[in-house]
Design a protein around this ligand. Structure first.
Ligand code: NDP
Ligand code: PHD
Length: 371
């Protein structure tokens, strides 16, 4: 169907007052496929006008009609939500599990940022620039749960997302990777609002983000793995069918005084020997194309990976806004004396790392007839 003939789909936002929720509002309030019909948050906010309860941190104003909406409890039968086909969730992980499940059981489609269902064997963990093919497990999820429309799709941890896009480009061009080491420098917006206190983060680096390293190490293999031929099971990058093993991933995560944009310093070893040259690696990044771009969905960036030539780029402040925060920047591609190649990557953690990925996943699902 031509985009101009499509009726807009009514959507709700869970966790609408938070860091990710605000990005959802900014991006969805001008979206060609989706129309915001409900906003949900905790009972601290429910029953009140959105503009009165949110602590808006974006540099564009709250869209007028959204500011006037009344925040609801996160319940599928609440005003506004009962008319929605889809909800986008920016809920705190402490509550996301039960709430998202309730919406799915009520036959709504849930696109979630929370960690709760990422490891669920029925739920795809999708980075839209990498593995939207995993949406093909949806019929199985629905049939296992006796649902006709509802399902949950999750997107990845924000640092994982910034890492797997360049890794996918390398695997596409040169075959399976053997080992990946990454050290992250993560922005404070990754911790939500109010997040890390200024006395902890200013003039400082905090070398611990609870649970983050384990998420990067595990999620990478689900995303870069496949679905078995029956479309009912993930292979976690380890399959006797095509002789792949899990990638050894080791992550070291730090919090730095940057507002938005997670940086990763990455070293990679290929299974292939000899490894590709640095020029071939750079070309693979530049030429990487993905299904979201082929489908032409509205949030797909013109370039999935932007390669920077200057030796001191990418930098969060200068590069996080490229392609409306929907791409990954890569630079400093060079030989690694321990592994094969090393480089620096950068992602906008709240856009491609969170809200933009959920929205792009849903756009792809629309194109595939899953919404
Ligand atoms: N920030 C980032 O870069 C990324 C975040 N994520 C994930 O996205 C999710 C949201 O993160 P973020 O926006 O940073 O978090 P915030 O802390 O900024 O926002 C949390 C949201 O959850 C709502 N909430 C809290 N408790 C309840 C409850 N009991 N019932 C209903 N709603 C509730 C809050 O509403 P209220 O205002 O009423 O308290 C608020 O809207 C998390 O799961 C996070 O792990 C994923 C990738 C990146
Ligand atoms: N932990 C990430 C953000 C986040 O919430 O991740 P996850 O969705 O995987 O819990 C950060 O602090 O930057």
């Amino acid at each position: 169907m031509a985009p101009q003939d499509r009726q807009q789909i009514k959507v709700g936002i869970l966790g609408a007052t938070g860091t990710v929720g605000q990005r959802f509002i900014q991006l969805l309030s001008v979206h060609p496929y989706f129309k915001i019909n409900a906003l949900g948050a905790s009972s601290r906010s429910a029953g009140q006008q959105y503009s009165k309860v949110t602590r808006w941190k974006l540099n564009t104003p709250i869209p007028k009609e959204i500011g006037q909406m009344v925040v609801q409890e996160c319940q599928p039968e609440a005003e506004g939500f009962k008319d929605c086909a889809v909800v986008f969730s920016g809920l705190d992980a402490d509550v996301a599990g039960n709430i998202e499940q309730a919406f799915r059981s009520a036959e709504l489609v849930v696109y979630s940022n929370a960690k709760n269902y990422r490891r669920d064997p029925l739920c795809p963990l999708i980075v839209p620039l990498v593995n939207p093919s995993h949406l093909s497990i949806i019929p199985h999820q629905r049939s296992q749960l006796n649902l006709s429309k509802g399902y949950i799709v999750t997107n990845a941890n924000c640092s994982t997302t910034g890492l797997v896009v360049p890794l996918a480009a390398l695997e596409k061009a040169f075959g399976p990777l053997e080992t990946v080491l990454v050290t992250t420098l993560q922005a404070i917006s990754g911790a939500g609002y109010p997040g890390v206190s200024s006395l902890d983060i200013l003039d400082n680096v905090v070398p611990h983000i609870g649970g983050e390293e384990e998420k990067i190490e595990w999620e990478t293999n689900k995303i870069l793995g496949g679905l078995k031929s029956s479309d009912t099971e993930f292979d976690l990058h380890a399959s006797s069918e095509n002789n792949t093993k899990p990638i050894n991933v080791s992550a070291h995560c730090t919090r730095v005084p940057v507002i938005d944009g997670h940086t990763g310093c990455v070293s990679v070893k290929f299974t292939r020997s000899p490894p590709p040259s640095i020029a071939e690696v750079e070309q693979a990044f530049r030429e990487f194309k993905c299904e979201a771009q082929d489908l032409g969905v509205p949030s797909a960036p013109e370039q999935a990976i932007v390669v920077h030539d200057l030796p001191d780029r990418p930098q969060p402040r200068l590069d996080r806004d490229l392609h409306n925060g929907a791409c990954v920047s890569v630079g400093r591609i060079r030989e690694c004396p321990v592994f094969d190649v090393k480089f620096v990557c950068l992602i906008d953690n709240v856009r491609l790392g969170a809200a933009t990925s959920s929205i792009m996943n849903a756009e792809i699902a629309v194109e595939k007839g899953l919404i």
